[in-house]
Design a protein around this ligand. Structure first.
Ligand code: GSH
Length: 260
């Protein structure tokens, strides 16, 4: 580990509920790149411009979880989340891309379909770990944030059912990959592919070790809880939970910006 690290730790801009933020946070922890997390309430994170996660490292700005992982891997010496071997790296990258493009949006839409009607639950999750002033604004922001989540993620009862099918499809494919007894998706070791699958499946598995804020499973609607329990009871679900239990330890000292 190395050279490319800057003296000032990178700024890592997040919102509490985001599984893409958890994906990036896990990657930073995994390669032990110290960072300073700036958690924001929804909408207010947009003041940083666009979506989160965002990593600002020196003069570089990364606005996508995969770019954050690739950067973190490279400044910490490489071969940590992405194998150096070109063929293996391309396998990792193509699985990660599939999870980014398909699993992440569909677990999110399905989860929001269940959570959006529950104002109190959302307010509590959206306020977690954010600066006190922003937390105090969440009751005002919440109706707009709920409306925007519904519109921008196109959440309807019908789309939520379609998303559930897409998630089941990804889980079936991961089940099939695991059928030969492998312990990791690629290269017999933990890579960005395992990390992306587990992090982006989190809204449908509620892993205990997940650092994204989510409600307690006991507090969510029964239909949501039942589906979570069914997903947990699949090979892919058990695999993701094992990744969290085994590989999610924080290996470095991240810090959270002080409450303002
Ligand atoms: N492709 C992006 C997706 C990031 C994304 O969709 N982030 C969502 C939160 S999960 C977001 O910022 N939404 C806008 C908002 O909440 O204001 C990545 O991998 O980082």
């Amino acid at each position: 580990m190395t050279s490319g690290k800057h003296a000032t730790p990178p700024r890592f801009i997040t919102i509490p509920l985001s599984h893409y933020c958890e994906k990036a946070r896990w990657g930073l922890a995994r390669v032990a790149l110290p960072y300073r997390e700036e958690p924001h309430a929804p909408l207010l994170s947009r003041l940083a411009g666009g979506t989160v996660p965002v990593l600002v490292h020196g003069s570089s700005r990364f606005i996508d979880s995969t770019d954050i992982l690739v950067h973190a891997d490279s400044v910490c010496g490489g071969n940590l989340l992405y194998p150096r071997d070109a063929a293996l790296r391309s396998e990792v990258a193509s699985l990660e891309e599939r999870f980014d493009m398909e699993l992440g949006p569909h677990t999110r839409r399905w989860a929001y379909a269940h959570l959006l009607p529950h104002t109190e639950l959302l307010r509590s999750v959206w306020s977690r770990h954010v600066p006190r002033l922003e937390a105090s604004l969440v009751p005002v922001i919440a109706p707009i944030a709920r409306y925007l989540a519904r519109i921008s993620y196109r959440v309807t009862p019908e789309s939520a059912l379609r998303s559930l099918e897409r998630v089941r499809g990804v889980f079936r494919d991961v089940d099939a990959l695991l059928r030969d007894g492998r312990r990791f998706l690629v290269d017999q070791r933990f890579t960005a592919a395992d990390l992306a699958f587990a992090a982006l499946a989190a809204p449908i598995l509620f892993p205990a070790e997940c650092r994204a804020a989510h409600p307690a499973l006991d507090d969510v609607p029964a239909a949501m809880r039942d589906e979570v329990l069914r997903f947990r009871d699949t090979d892919a679900g058990r695999f993701a939970l094992r990744m969290f239990a085994q590989e999610r330890g924080d290996s470095q000292g991240s810090s959270v910006a002080p409450m303002r």
